[in-house]
Ligand binder design. Structure first.
Ligand code: ATP
Ligand code: MG
Length: 680
């Protein structure tokens, strides 16, 4: 059971308590890793509700990832009664934006059932525009998508982008931006960046709406605020409004999302925008051993600072930091797997206490292989998400089209999956007719006019498809409960048969079908319990929410399991683990080659800082002498960050070759792995 609020308050140090009790006016908690910033937020939410009598639904808390939001919610809910926590909103910025947009979508020029475009949808829309209107300069697609996203995060309108475009590339991107927005509206769709941008524009432009939201939101809390971008900052400012009551917490040393438009300088802007801003600094680290903390402090001291932090720890010295040098990347992954297995078996450390952190996702592939070889259960964070599985993506396409017939992207994605013999030429004709008449592709598919240009099987398939969708939609509109309608749809197109056909084995097919069933269950559950008290449930709501939240239940289920955690440094922010392996500590990997070229070492150093400060008890850093790259073995240089760690606290193992003790350990571990294998 989690401690009560009174107990929690007693556990806080004086500064933390200060931060919790400051409820009038703006507050910024700026402090290093592991100093209890997130703890301040969770305790404060409970304090506001229980001690100060705030209604849960008048408090909005925001953080960076769904995982972090879930963890925070769990902690807060544990301190409160069910009654007290009802309607509490702890979410990501995107979820908050979506929530606002769902209420106010009409004012943003959207229609009921609007669709959320994911990154892939956005990219294919950009491609479509380039293809149609810009002589097919498709290779510019990724660049345009990126630039548009940056503009949106900076609240730059298409018109402003046009005016300011001073190079040919920018001009192209700006022109695409103009079209992109037009198409999005025509599709009745929004993209991820719109989830912040549109609420901000509405709050800025519409006084009535702004008043309403500012009255509703009595208190605002934001975690990881060093990584907010310009539009998110604006959203905070607008929601805080005349009350100016909020708590932001952050650490400028952990700003690692500049590449995605984060503006750490927002921290400095705060004291300009809010002259009566109270600043609280926390200095005691409660997470790591003295040695780990010292390493982190020494490393980050190489970066310039807004103010100097003096983090100290009451914990024991702890073990020295191990630096493991291996022959190549195979040996590196092997050593990490062997180590974990041996420590798990010999010291009975649960698997879930280990985390392996890396700079790039590609580094996980080899690790996975080795972990599997040792039969070590693991969980990859940010790996293939539920929604990128083919069987789910396709079905989501159907659902999107079902709730929003104008969603041409969804139409294109699914009209021929499973195969209906509707080829590209046919689709082009449908597309042309649709633009001519100013209707959606789905609608155009039912037009008689098509009979002039399309014949035979294609025509029949297309018309059948259109009629079928129409019938399903009519059932929905006449009030049928959605899940049976979806089941009908799945049955009609023999979706499960198609899935089995697509998979190599029956077992794999069954698993995929299981996934689809899980999706249906989740939709059912969402319809039954509207997720916020003030929201009505509809299929469209359920779907857009589903797209954003990566399968709440499923992940929570998995988190209870005893598994080694694999994650990128970026994904590890805010989390903590007793034992951390930081792998690939080499030049060009960490710091990353691109950052070396762009002279952006500071952000890489912060990334390393984030990695080191995840560790509570032990830290092991690994690097390889050689690494394969594009089929060639290249020599690797140890990361410059290793030189910036306190030499006296490091133990180097197996420089070049493997030391005797390491060899022995590995032998033992292999042996135990073998035993474990034989026993299972
Ligand atoms: P990060 O910068 O990595 O996000 P943080 O500043 O948010 O870290 P928390 O995650 O809140 O830090 O706290 C780090 C650890 O210290 C947690 O395990 C938390 O439970 C513990 N902790 C926080 N405050 C105290 C306290 N006053 N007494 C004891 N433990 C504490
Ligand atoms: Mg935190």
């Amino acid at each position: 059971p989690l401690p009560s609020i009174a107990q929690r308050l007693r556990n806080l140090n004086e500064r933390q308590l200060d931060a919790v009790k400051k409820i009038d006016g703006p507050l910024l908690v700026l402090a290093g890793a592991g100093s209890g910033k997130t703890s301040v937020i969770t305790t404060k939410i409970a304090y506001l509700i229980q001690t100060c009598g705030f209604k849960a639904n008048s408090i909005i808390a925001v953080t960076f990832t769904n995982k972090a939001a879930r963890e925070m919610k769990e902690r807060v809910v544990g301190m409160l009664s069910k009654q007290e926590s009802r309607g509490l909103s702890i979410s990501t910025f995107h979820n908050l934006g979506l929530r606002i947009l769902r209420k106010e979508f009409r004012r943003a020029g959207l229609k009921e059932g609007f669709t959320l475009f994911d990154a892939q949808d956005s990219l294919s829309l950009v491609k479509e525009i380039l293809d149609k209107e810009f002589n097919g300069q498709m290779d510019a697609a990724a660049y345009c998508q990126n630039t548009i996203s940056n503009w949106k995060n900076d609240l730059t309108t298409p018109q402003e982008a046009m005016t300011n475009a001073d190079t040919e590339e920018f001009l192209l991107a700006a022109q695409v931006y103009v079209q992109y927005q037009r198409y999005l509206r025509a599709y009745n769709a929004v993209d991820f960046d719109d989830l912040i941008l549109l609420p901000v524009s509405l709050l800025m432009a519409d006084e009535e709406l702004r008043d309403r939201w500012q009255k509703k939101v009595r208190y605002l809390l934001v975690d990881e605020c060093q990584d907010t971008n310009a539009s998110q900052y604006e959203l905070i400012r607008l929601l805080a409004g005349f009350r100016r009551c909020f708590t932001l917490v952050g650490d400028d040393d952990q700003s690692i999302y500049a590449w995605r438009g984060a503006r750490p300088e927002n921290l400095e802007r705060l004291s300009v925008d809010y002259p009566n801003l109270k600043l609280v600094k926390l200095e005691q680290n409660y997470r790591s051993t003295k040695i780990i903390l010292k390493a982190a402090n020494t490393l980050i001291a190489n970066n310039p600072h807004i103010y100097d932090k003096a983090l100290w720890s009451d914990h024991e010295e702890g073990e020295p930091i191990r630096i493991m040098v291996t022959r190549n990347e195979d040996a590196e992954s092997e050593r990490v797997a062997a180590e974990i297995q041996s420590r798990h078996l010999r010291h009975e450390i649960p698997y879930r206490d280990f985390a392996i952190l890396y700079r790039g996702n590609h580094q996980a592939r080899l690790l996975e292989i080795k972990l599997q070889a040792y039969r070590i259960p693991y969980k990859m964070n940010g790996g293939t998400s539920f929604f990128s599985r083919a069987e789910i993506k396709v079905l989501m396409g159907y659902l999107r089209l079902l709730v929003n017939p104008s969603d041409d992207n969804a139409f294109l994605r699914i009209v021929n999956v499973p195969r209906r013999e509707i080829g590209p030429a046919t689709l082009e004709k449908v597309g042309n007719l649709a633009s001519e008449r100013g209707v959606s592709r789905l609608e155009a598919a039912g037009y008689k006019a098509l009979e002039e240009s399309i014949t035979g099987r294609s025509l029949k398939s297309l018309q059948d498809f259109e009629r079928w969708m129409l019938t399903l939609r009519q059932r929905l509109e006449s009030g049928a409960s959605p899940v049976p309608v979806i089941e009908q749809m799945i049955h009609d197109m023999d979706y499960y048969g198609w899935i089995q056909e697509q998979t190599s084995s029956n077992k794999a097919g069954d698993r995929r079908i299981e996934n689809v069933r899980f999706l249906l269950d989740s939709i059912q559950r969402m319809m039954e319990s509207a997720w916020e008290e003030d929201e009505n449930a509809g299929l469209d709501q359920a779907i857009s929410k589903l797209l954003l939240i990566d399968m709440l239940e499923r992940q929570e289920e998995e988190e209870d399991e005893d598994k080694v955690q694999l994650l990128t440094l970026h994904a590890s922010k805010g989390l903590e683990y007793p034992h951390v392996f930081l792998i690939g500590c080499e030049e060009e990997l960490l710091p990353h080659r691109n950052s070396i070229e762009n002279d952006d070492i500071e952000e890489e150093r912060r990334l390393a800082y984030v990695g080191i400060t995840r560790a509570k008890k032990t830290l092991c850093i690994t690097l390889a002498a050689k690494r394969r790259q594009y089929g060639e073995e290249i020599d690797c240089m140890p990361s410059r960050f290793l030189d910036e760690l306190p030499e006296e606290d490091l133990v180097w193992e197996g420089r070049g070759d493997e030391g005797e003790s390491a060899k022995k350990e590995r032998g033992q571990a292999s042996l135990s792995a073998l035993k474990a294998m034989l026993n299972s």
